[in-house]
Design a protein around this ligand. Sequence first.
Ligand SMILES: *[C@@H]1O[C@H](CO)[C@@H](O)[C@H](O)[C@H]1NC(C)=O
Ligand SMILES: *[C@@H]1O[C@H](CO)[C@@H](O)[C@H](O)[C@H]1NC(C)=O
Ligand SMILES: *[C@@H]1O[C@H](CO)[C@@H](O)[C@H](O)[C@H]1NC(C)=O
Length: 324
Amino acid sequence: MSPSAGGLVVFLLSVQVIQSQDGWRVNYHQTDVCAAKGSEVVIRCGYTHPPGIRPSDIKDRFWFTKEKDGEPVDLRTDSEYSGRVEYRCFSKDCYLTITDVRESDSAEYKFTLMTNKPGEKYTGSPGVTLSVTGLQVQVRRSDSTWLELTCHSSCVLSGRPEYVWYKNEKYIKTGSSLPVSSGSTDRYSCYLIGSHGHGGPAVYGPQRLSVSASPSAEMLEGDSVNLTCSADANPAANYTWYKEHEDSPRASGQIFTITDFTAEHSGNYYCEAQNEMGRSNSTLRLIPSSGKWSTTTTVFASISAVLLLIIIIIILAVLRLYIR
Ligand SMILES: *[C@@H]1O[C@H](CO)[C@@H](O)[C@H](O)[C@H]1NC(C)=O
Ligand SMILES: *[C@@H]1O[C@H](CO)[C@@H](O)[C@H](O)[C@H]1NC(C)=O
Ligand SMILES: *[C@@H]1O[C@H](CO)[C@@H](O)[C@H](O)[C@H]1NC(C)=O
């Protein structure tokens, strides 16, 4: 065989291999699917095979996202999907249903077919990209007293998503937005209808404010103290510190440090926590520590008094000796 003839044989062989794959085809209904956490997703495909293949030649057909040792892993055997996937095929139309979708289900899903012939398989690639989104309540100020809450997802949900609104876990209404008054401490959340209790995290104004002084609110001259403010709020609150009878803030941030304490520092401090939903404040009183001073002074004074007494007694004793 001449070198060129050898090349031709290899060429023909490779074409044959490609042709045997060529009769295979997987068509996905959609290439991208966006789903809300907790909802049910259906991914659909249809396939064709070469004319020589009979339905009984197809040994297995399944969906996968991962490969192990170069082999696709059937979703039904993946523990992360256990009890949540279902396959259905009607002739050459196949459906994958995933229930209670999680954010970790976001992946590319592919359909694969295997025949009785060892090693003969066909995978429809690229597959379908699933994005699972949580819901987020966004807060917009309408005017000085009203806020508008809207429900958001990070990808565009298919169909026409319908939302329901809950206030303190009680149903209030259906709709894409909800007007609420500013400054309320109620908790609002939105759910996608049909998503089995997976709502976005509730939004609410700052509550349960606590202010503490470390190491102590009783201060000695020259001491340092950290005042810490914390509130339960969603979205997270920002913090501002005021001293009583003062209009401008002393500091911002959760921790306010006072160094080199003097008598002018004593008094009431307010911490104000604020987020888009409202604001709240709490007070802490810093006082100069008289207690600590008086104990040391008392001890010092007692020791001095005892010493003085001893000296007087000695002097008296010496005087008596002289007088005799
Ligand atoms: C205050 O907090 C800072 C860091 O948060 C720490 O380094 C410092 O020692 C604290 N000061 C006092 C007086 O507790
Ligand atoms: C704190 O948050 C509120 C509402 O989100 C905002 O209007 C304000 O400017 C913030 N203040 C600071 C100091 O970041
Ligand atoms: C603190 O909150 C109370 C009650 O919400 C309010 O009446 C008061 O004016 C606030 N004080 C400051 C200093 O913001």
